[in-house]
Ligand binder design. Structure first.
Ligand SMILES: N[C@@H](CCC[C@H](N)C(=O)O)C(=O)O
Length: 285
């Protein structure tokens, strides 16, 4: 099977062009095999680039444990770069179908290659306290502090979080020092907490100033990763709701920085960042 290894600020996936390749096995099992950092290629998961009946292309993503993800922010920038750089389209505005809807990506191209991708990630949804409330510009203006937060009992400690969906769920916690979090211990405890029957992604965020924050992520189905695009969007929304940041914020992750803008006019979140192709190869299945 031919593949391409790509990453979005260190969040790395194996990409398979399904316009040309046929999968020899179930994609979840394949994701586990290719992701193995000793016996496979090594990645946070697998992303299939497929034809779409409703958009220009379709992205189908799997975490390294074989579970399917509805959306992947770093992955979608890489898919957009792949289809442009490999001559599958010459459009610089591309619509990509995902399990959480169609996303539009605007590409910045230099010397024939994609350098930056700006993704319309859609409207965030508040999940705290078990509600499912679209954060429209109107809701955002009137929402009360008491509706935003939820207290979670984690390992006998009460922790306040803001739970946001960006097409996939993110539990956001504010801390004083992200570098000192025991993420290997607390990450899985929150990911698999009985409060989240479908598990959740977990973010720890430290405020630097009104337009800069630092975060680390424990991803559902993958563990700690260098970055998470949907996670950075959820963090920016949580920071804005909590009154810690402005609409536009630079989110610094272990692998680099994403610029996130929560547009007050249409309620959509925009994510801007790079995408990188590392190598191509063949995997024996
Ligand atoms: N790394 C991704 C998110 C991948 C899916 C996530 N682990 C889930 O299961 O929801 C990103 O960049 O958004």
């Amino acid at each position: 099977m031919k593949f391409t290894k790509m990453h979005g600020i260190g969040n790395d996936y194996v990409y398979v062009n399904c316009f040309e390749e046929e999968l020899a096995m179930d994609p979840g099992r394949l994701a586990e095999l290719v992701s193995d950092r000793h016996c496979g290629i090594g990645s946070d998961g697998l992303i299939l680039i497929k034809p779409s009946a409703v958009a220009d292309f379709c992205m189908d993503m799997y975490n390294s444990d074989g579970s399917r993800g509805a959306m992947c922010g770093n992955g979608i920038r890489c898919v957009a770069k792949y289809v442009y750089d490999h001559g599958m389209t010459n459009m610089t505005t591309i619509r990509i179908e995902t399990l959480s809807g169609i996303k539009t990506i605007d590409l910045t191209v230099k010397d024939g290659k994609v350098r930056l991708a700006n993704v319309d990630m859609g409207m965030p949804v508040l999940l705290s306290q078990g509600v499912n409330r679209e954060l429209t510009p109107e809701v955002r203006k009137e929402i009360a502090d008491s509706e935003i937060w939820e207290v979670l009992d984690v390992q006998d400690k009460e922790m306040s979080m803001i739970h946001i969906s960006m097409g996939n769920p993110h539990a956001v916690f504010f801390v004083d020092d992200v570098d000192n979090i025991e993420i290997e211990k607390i990450g899985p405890a929150i990911e698999t907490h009985p409060r989240f029957p479908d598990r959740t992604n977990v973010e720890f965020v430290q405020i630097v100033d009104e337009s800069h924050v630092k975060m680390r992520v424990w991803e559902r189905g993958a563990g700690e990763t260098m970055a998470c695009g949907t996670g950075a969007c959820a963090v920016a929304v949580a920071c804005r709701l909590a009154g810690y940041s402005q609409d536009k914020v630079d989110v610094r992750l272990l692998g680099g920085t994403l610029t996130i803008f929560w547009n007050p006019d249409n309620g959509h979140v925009e994510m801007c960042g790079p995408a990188t192709e590392v190598f191509t190869g063949e995997f024996n299945v």
